[in-house]
Ligand binder design. Structure first.
Ligand SMILES: [Zn+2]
Ligand SMILES: [Zn+2]
Length: 255
């Protein structure tokens, strides 16, 4: 007996356009029945739909209506062109991803849609987080999510081990001063954060050949711009030791 697949025939999704946003149920048979194939651990949905069909279906299907509303949030107007279509990808419990490149549009656009309630469909749940959240609460949420990721996301683990950049910032503890460190071979499995951000017009704090020796000694808090300061503090609060920041970890005048 196969333990990975269960196959049964059912009457098919209520909506033939969005397949009720349920995973892997979209295989029709000639007799009008549908084969329900659910691969354990791969409860995914993958559809390509015509925008005009979804508009029509949205009159009666709440899931199609959700997708149209998501597109309209980003100012996709009612379609006039017959060849507008988009793809729908989802996995139970995560966000629904809509990707579209409408005929009159030069960019490929990508929208993620979440629900605020539990659902068996691919419209996964997200928690609403206030914009002016208490930083301590934000750290708790981040810690919890990081733990779930480390403990149970197989995909996130792929390629995670065995690499650390040449230099990282040691965030210090408490009021301790951050400093740049050269990594060693036995640190290659050490966890570190990476800050990805826009430099803006100028980055006031960088590492150059001239400043490198000082960076190993320590980087005074008052010299650290706000974005980097907050990132370093955040890593401290999460209880980790290292963060990679391009401006500091890459020697900026090194050919
Ligand atoms: Zn539908
Ligand atoms: Zn993860």
């Amino acid at each position: 007996m196969s333990t990975s697949d269960s196959i049964l025939v059912y009457d098919g999704p209520k909506c033939r356009i969005c397949c009720d946003l349920m995973p892997n149920r979209q295989i029709p048979l000639p007799n009008g029945k549908w084969v329900d194939v659910q691969k354990q651990g791969k409860m995914t949905l993958s559809l390509a739909v015509w925008l005009s069909d979804v508009y029509e279906s949205a009159k009666t299907c709440v899931n199609c209506k959700v997708m149209i509303e998501a597109l309209e949030c980003f100012e996709v107007k009612e379609p006039r062109l017959e060849d507008d279509m988009f793809t729908v990808d989802g996995r139970v419990g995560t966000s629904l991803k809509l990707e579209y490149n409408l005929a009159e549009d030069e960019y490929l656009r990508f929208i993620e849609v979440f629900s605020d309630t539990e659902s068996e469909s691919c419209l996964g749940r997200a928690t609403f987080i206030e914009a002016d959240i208490d930083p301590r609460k934000a750290v708790e949420i981040a810690k919890r999510r990081l733990r779930v990721c480390v403990d149970s996301h197989d995909e996130c683990r792929v390629g995670r081990r065995g690499f650390i950049p040449t230099r990282v910032v040691d965030v210090g503890t408490g009021d301790g001063q951050p400093r740049l460190v050269e990594t060693t071979e036995d640190m290659k499995d050490t966890d570190y954060f990476a800050l990805s951000y826009c430099w803006g017009l100028a980055q006031s704090l960088t590492t150059t050949k001239a400043t490198l020796p000082n960076r190993f000694e320590g980087i005074p808090w008052e010299d650290i711009p706000k974005t980097l300061h907050e990132a370093i503090e955040f890593v401290q609060h999460l209880g980790l030791s290292y963060i990679w920041i391009d401006a500091l970890c890459i020697i900026q005048d090194d050919g």
